[in-house]
Design a protein around this ligand. Structure first.
Ligand SMILES: [Zn+2]
Length: 301
């Protein structure tokens, strides 16, 4: 059985997993994402270290690497990532050189969408939008049965202006990501209460049990996500919107207020089904493993 590694470089942590050819996750290892690693050198070293924790040398036949931001997927380039502070960084080849293993490269959100499209919540659906919400927010656009990225630039829904008074990593005010990412929700709660380190999941629970500050912050965030969904629905008419990432662990606390607001505000548009990702927060991992297995099957490695 062939083993591959899935590596997802997020704004906060690098998550890696050893996956077999039946897409079973055999082991996982996580490390903090190096801060402001503008030349990527610390990041590739951290990934190499994670792989050595997952398997013995020679066992991993390919790596599926996913990163956030605007990418040149064919060229293996990160064009821009606000959270990672990367600009035109050839991260795929830097990693392949460091570990001497073939690397398949993709966008963190579109790899998750690949998993959902092939065998998850978007299976058999022609038009869907996958929105993982973690440190950042982006969308993968499944249009007419294929994941579209417009040369890697499309889907950056985290940076549409929803009018909230927060400064974003991209340098603009009002972005969705600055108002409603799991990190933003947690930061807003900590500024309001002085209590740091409360996760978005915990804030949703506190909102459900009568914490008025948590209620206000949660409902503002859900309103922001709903506004962004209304834009996506009006332009792209998805049949399903799939929420993933850390925030999706809040389940109905996430889905219900957004669904209610959509029903109240959409007029002529097709109202999509709102669901949590089949693979939950693991969609990206499974998608990365699929990319790595595809690379091996293609014989291009
Ligand atoms: Zn922004």
């Amino acid at each position: 059985m062939k083993l591959v590694a899935a590596v997802d470089v997020g704004g906060t942590s690098i998550k890696s997993a050893l996956v077999d050819s039946d897409l079973r996750i055999i082991g996982t290892a996580t490390a903090p994402t190096p801060i402001a690693d503008i030349d990527g050198s610390k990041t590739v070293k951290a990934i190499s270290e994670l792989l050595s924790q997952l398997a013995a040398p020679g066992e991993i036949k390919a790596v599926g690497l996913a990163v956030p931001g605007a990418l040149d997927e064919e060229g293996g380039l990160s064009r821009w990532s606000g959270n990672l502070q990367w600009k035109n960084l050839p991260i795929r080849d830097l990693l392949a050189r460091e570990i001497n293993i073939p690397v398949a490269f993709g966008h963190d959100v579109r790899t998750g969408a690949l998993a959902e499209l092939r065998s998850g919540a978007a299976q058999g659906v022609k038009n869907a939008i996958f929105i993982p919400i973690g440190t950042g927010i982006a969308a993968a656009l499944i249009i007419d049965g294929a994941i579209r990225s417009s040369d890697g630039f499309a889907g950056e829904i985290g940076h549409v202006n929803i009018g909230a008074p927060f400064l974003c990593v991209c340098g603009k005010n009002g972005c969705l990501e600055a108002a409603a990412s799991a990190l933003a929700i947690s930061n807003t709660y900590s500024s309001a209460t002085g209590t740091t380190g409360v996760s978005s999941e915990e804030i949703a629970q506190r909102a459900n049990t009568g914490d008025l500050v948590a209620q206000k912050i949660w409902s503002d965030a859900m309103h922001s996500i709903s506004l962004a969904c209304q834009m996506l629905i009006t332009i792209l008419a998805p049949e399903v919107i799939i929420f993933g990432g850390g925030l999706s662990q809040s389940g109905n606390s996430l889905l219900d207020p957004i669904e209610k607001e959509l029903k109240e505000n959409l007029t002529f548009q097709r109202v999509p089904k709102l669901v949590i990702a089949h693979y939950g927060a693991q969609a990206g991992t499974i998608g990365c493993a699929m990319m790595a297995l595809d690379l091996l099957a293609s014989g291009r490695n």
